[in-house]
Ligand binder design. Structure first.
Ligand code: NAD
Length: 355
């Protein structure tokens, strides 16, 4: 049995990790101060997920600590000797960050440094995985030549078929404020691996999704889209004609990848993690699939103005991760992901939690 720290434990990835490691007999300490509610209002509230976790686990301990609280973070690491750390707590929204650049930086960059430093001081041998984002590449992926199809953009050249790999540059590109604060944290995490020799790895996520997302307009693409469809509300598409492509990965498959990294950590390594080519879909295609799966039409409005720094076609190239961790593969198809979100949403609509 290991003692594992999961930050952002009431969020999408954190909560999946809590359950995953608890089921495998580990002691999991979760840190989450429900700041998602502060960022996104009641629809972002993660209290329901914390309550669910408490009843679904056996050894899970929750702390309402704020990762910006350096003394509190150091005290926690002093009190509990962690054998692995998964850092998922974040201000996760591209659009939200422009309203709160200082808070965004404090949570994403400083919060991450607080955790890295606490790990260096108190558990330097523990594998440490930082959840970064493909927004660290800014809009550089938009330089890949594209062709326009009826319902999606697609890479034009055969060599780009597998998507964006880790050699994509992260500077001289427009990240959005969120992408820049995550890039700062991403570089720090790499440095704690490369410079200090800690077992730190970085996952740069595509669209991470699953039924336990408190999806809101500003964050949580598929989760929010299914919610809106089922509630009969209106979805706004921002630019690129709705043909922008995202690759979607179920939170379980992300955590499976984290587990592989924990078992064989590689200091300072960076991996793109997403749904890859097979789980990629454009917004227009997602409307069609949601209609087929739920029977609901998505009502949508169009604003001919893409979000600043937004990707036109982003598919994570998974080949580096798969070459280092050959036990790992995607276990949830796009249809399975959509179906499970829809099922959870039906249950929550019944319980009175709508959009
Ligand atoms: N969901 C995605 O599509 C996606 C894509 C790429 C990268 N990521 C990254 O993966 C990680 C997990 O994302 P997620 O979708 O699970 O996000 P989430 O918002 O569902 O979960 C994050 C959790 O962190 C908590 N939190 C925020 N600030 C905190 C603070 N100061 N102290 C303690 N807890 C705090 C929130 O309350 C929330 O429960 C994040 O780092 C995010 O940037 C997510």
């Amino acid at each position: 049995m290991k003692t594992i720290l999961v930050t952002g434990s009431s969020g999408l990835i954190g909560s999946e990790a809590v359950q995953y490691f608890d089921r495998r007999g580990h002691r999991v300490v979760g840190v989450d101060n429900n700041m998602r509610r502060e960022f996104f209002g009641p629809a972002g509230d993660t209290a329901w997920n914390l309550a669910r976790l408490k009843s679904a686990t056996t050894r899970f301990e929750h702390r309402g600590l704020d990762i910006r609280n350096r003394e509190g973070v150091l005290a926690l690491f002093k009190e509990v000797r962690f054998q692995a750390v998964l850092h998922c707590a974040a201000q996760p929204s591209h659009d939200k960050a422009r309203e709160i650049p200082l808070v965004d930086f404090d949570v994403n960059a400083l919060g991450t440094v607080n955790l890295l430093e606490a790990a260096r001081l108190h558990c330097p041998e523990a594998p440490f995985l930082f959840m970064s984002t493909n927004k660290v590449y800014g809009d550089a992926p938009n330089e890949i030549p594209l062709k326009e199809l009826e319902k999606r953009y697609e890479y034009k050249l055969p060599e780009d078929y597998s998507g964006v790999n880790e050699s994509c540059r992260i500077d001289r590109t427009t990240h959005s404020i969120f992408g820049a604060s995550k890039a700062a944290a991403d570089l720090f995490a790499q440095e704690y691996g490369r410079y200090f020799g800690l077992n730190v790895g970085v996952f740069r996520g595509g669209c991470l999704t699953g039924p336990h997302h408190s999806g809101v307009q500003l964050h949580g693409f598929l989760s929010y889209l299914v919610k809106v469809a089922m509630a009969g509300e209106e979805y706004t598409v921002f630019g690129y004609k709705g043909k922008q492509v995202r690759d979607n990965i179920h939170s379980f498959d992300v955590v499976r990848a984290v587990d592989e990294f924990f078992l064989n950590p590689r200091p300072g390594e960076v991996y793109n993690i997403g749904g890859g080519r097979e789980n990629s879909i454009s917004i227009l295609e997602a409307f069609d699939r949601i209609r087929e799966i739920t029977g609901k039409n998505v009502h949508w409005a169009y604003r001919d103005e893409p979000r600043t720094g937004d990707h036109i076609c982003y598919i994570s190239d998974l080949r580096k991760f798969q070459s280092h961790f050959s036990n790992w593969e995607l276990s949830h198809s796009l249809d399975q992901i959509l179906t499970s979100i829809a099922e959870t949403e039906r249950g929550q609509v019944r319980l009175g939690r709508g959009v």
